[in-house]
Design a protein around this ligand. Structure first.
Ligand code: GLU
Length: 303
């Protein structure tokens, strides 16, 4: 496996020149786009770390997976999906276009509108401190903290997400008066500092149906994990999710910090860090690596 991974990484590095960091959050624009790290954690307990797997970067949209799982656990399936759909949107993650049509709810929990709506359901019942604790446990990484620079950078360039939140409020999707605290919760979750290894750890928890690979402790309900993985498959790679599912076939979630969380069911968790993004917001090298791993290791879910 290490050889296959090394080869894929070598080829993927050539893609980096064609990607850019997410400069719409100024602090993310400062990151060196040539960094690349992959960690694979398999269900037999083996771990492969190659490249920059211990460098901290912000989790960004991958936090939507955690928020969704916690919301399903605390609020229940009906409440979560009462006003947030389960369909791919086919639009950018921060699009307002379809949301403004009077009949439309957020398409799914993996785009900003859906995640902000879910944040508004959680803020009255769970603190950010508790969310951080849960994130550390799911990622088996006690070093996860809030990246204050990225948090402040995003909070001072929040207009678009604010517009989304006010639109949600005007349509009665989030409670009146909850815009500020929902946005704060959402951006804090996006600003958590993880590593490729933390994502691989979380990936293996999901691959094993919510069970901690070392202690056997049940961290998440199996049914919740099933829902989360399905939504990752259909909506996890922005508006590139359909093509990614055809070519790679591994439920994944990416973030504009350059991370990708991937779950090969029952077999492994994969965590990637590669901050050069393609036009859709996915790590360009990360996408390449997953495509070659899927092919070389026969990981496509319909292989
Ligand atoms: N915090 C980012 C935003 O709301 C997350 C985007 C992403 O990773 O998709 O724009």
């Amino acid at each position: 496996m290490r050889k296959i991974l090394e080869h894929a990484m070598g080829e993927a590095r050539k893609e980096i020149a064609f990607g850019e960091t997410a400069s719409y959050i100024p602090e993310l624009g400062q990151v060196d786009k040539n960094q690349l790290g992959v960690c694979i954690y398999t269900s037999d307990g083996k771990k492969e770390n190659i490249g920059d797997t211990d460098i901290r970067f912000t989790i960004q949209s991958i936090s939507k997976v955690i928020t969704l799982a916690v919301a399903l656990e605390r609020c229940g399936f009906y409440k979560v999906f009462e006003k947030v759909g389960m369909e791919p949107s086919g639009d950018a993650f921060n699009s307002l276009v379809k949301l403004d049509l009077s009949s439309n709810y957020p398409y799914n929990p993996m785009i900003n509108s859906g995640a902000i709506a879910i944040a508004s359901y959680l803020t009255p019942i769970i603190s950010f401190k508790k969310m951080l604790e849960i994130t550390r446990k799911l990622c088996m990484d006690e070093q996860i903290t809030l990246n204050a620079d990225v948090y402040l950078s995003e909070m001072s360039h929040i207009s678009r997400n604010k517009a989304i939140a006010y639109l949600l409020e005007s349509k009665g999707i989030i409670p009146g008066g909850s815009v500020q605290e929902s946005l704060d919760f959402y951006v804090r979750m996006c600003s958590l500092n993880v590593t490729a290894e933390s994502l691989a750890n979380f990936g293996l928890v999901l691959a094993q149906g919510g069970i901690h690979p070392k202690t056997g402790e049940k961290l998440l309900d199996k049914e919740i994990v099933r829902v989360v993985k399905t939504i990752m498959l259909t909506c996890g790679m922005y508006d590139g999710s359909g093509e990614f599912a055809v070519h790679v076939g591994i439920p994944s979630k990416s973030g504009v910090g350059g991370g990708i969380l991937s779950v090969v069911d029952k077999k492994m968790g994969i965590g990637i860090f590669g901050p050069a993004l393609d036009g859709k917001g996915n790590s360009i090298a990360g996408r390449y690596i997953l495509k070659s791993l899927s092919k070389e290791l026969n990981l496509h879910m319909f292989a």
